[in-house]
Design a protein around this ligand. Sequence first.
Ligand code: SAH
Length: 395
Amino acid sequence: MEKRITLKPGREEPLQRRHPWIFSGAIERVEGNPEPGDTVEIYSKDGAWIARGAYSPHSQIRVRIWTWAFEEKVDREFFDVRVQRALLRRAQERRDPTAEACRLIHAESDFLPGLVVDRYGAFGVIQFLSAGVEAWRGVIQDALLEQGEFAGLFERSDVDVRELEGLEDRTGLVWGSEPPPELEVREGDVKYLVDLRAGHKTGFYLDQRDNRRAIRPWIQGGSVLDGFCYSGGFAINAIQAGARRVLAIDSSETAIGQAARNAEVNRVPAGTVEWRVSDIFTELRSLRDGATSFDVVILDPPRFAPTSAHVHRAARGYKDINLLAFKLLKPGGRLITFSCSGGVTAELFQKIVADAALDAGVDAQIRKWLTQPADHPVATSFPEGRYLKGLVCTI
Ligand code: SAH
């Protein structure tokens, strides 16, 4: 019997607009006992075929769509073609030849729901984030290895969303040679040591590449606070842009260790950056109480709201740190502030920052809007793909 999903009446509209997710609440009937990751045929209530997708019984996102073309089968050739297209787009559009690390496949927005692949020099890092791509892992790896020219391919499927899909964490070498414990990748005139095995995400925040450069014109000598510094990307760029003194804070000791080594690799003069392992919520308050001020404050916190269910708590978190940051600025200072929460829209984030300025008693101006780089595209049918928002504000 065909594995098929019938939607509730009137629930086909988002799908017809090619949104790639079907939530559990839109489904009327499941037939043919599909297993996790199986390909299912999607029908409207009145029996019209709409699409074909991957079934995920444990997730609220019950189906992720592979195709809206009836004649397109989901098989080896399907993955060969989609992987090839994503890689080709990157190859044709590679604007910055000094960027040795980039995203090759950006999941839903590259029409491969749940699949993330990043390149770090000669090495590839792969993440299977959904039951659908998990079921096709062998085929996807073959397609990548055929087309990607990697020295080694490493898996980093150790992300919280796998639990929602009913999948266990999985990491390790998939093919080829082991990546070195610290791989050096260049981004413009800065080098970073990246730990592909245990670093955050696939090792590095590739999505902040453009923004690490974009902050430079806003640094004119002076002092900088980098509030969530990870391996030091913004802090090191601030020094390159002429900052005299940077206080860089992260709650992770490993991250701070990596950041200090990155500073060395980039010959950051000793003593210009203070790397501090600490909780930023506490630090911002004690800096305020100590009447310390900065010319520039950069805030790039982790995801406070992974989904829209967490928006309220996230909004409070963003408001709190941005309010404190505004208070720490010298007259004429700049706040460069980010949100990477999928559940917080650009409009909401701007409103939170506006409220923070109001409560801090400063007149602030937004001077620039920042977002994710071109290798992290947003499919027009998938607005959720626009997750990284940044504002440069002056007071
Ligand atoms: N700007 C960085 C990425 C920052 S990611 C870059 O471009 O590479 C967010 C960082 O916030 C992580 O390194 C995480 O360890 C840190 N973090 C999370 N909670 C924190 C807290 N309460 N105080 C300080 N740092 C925190």
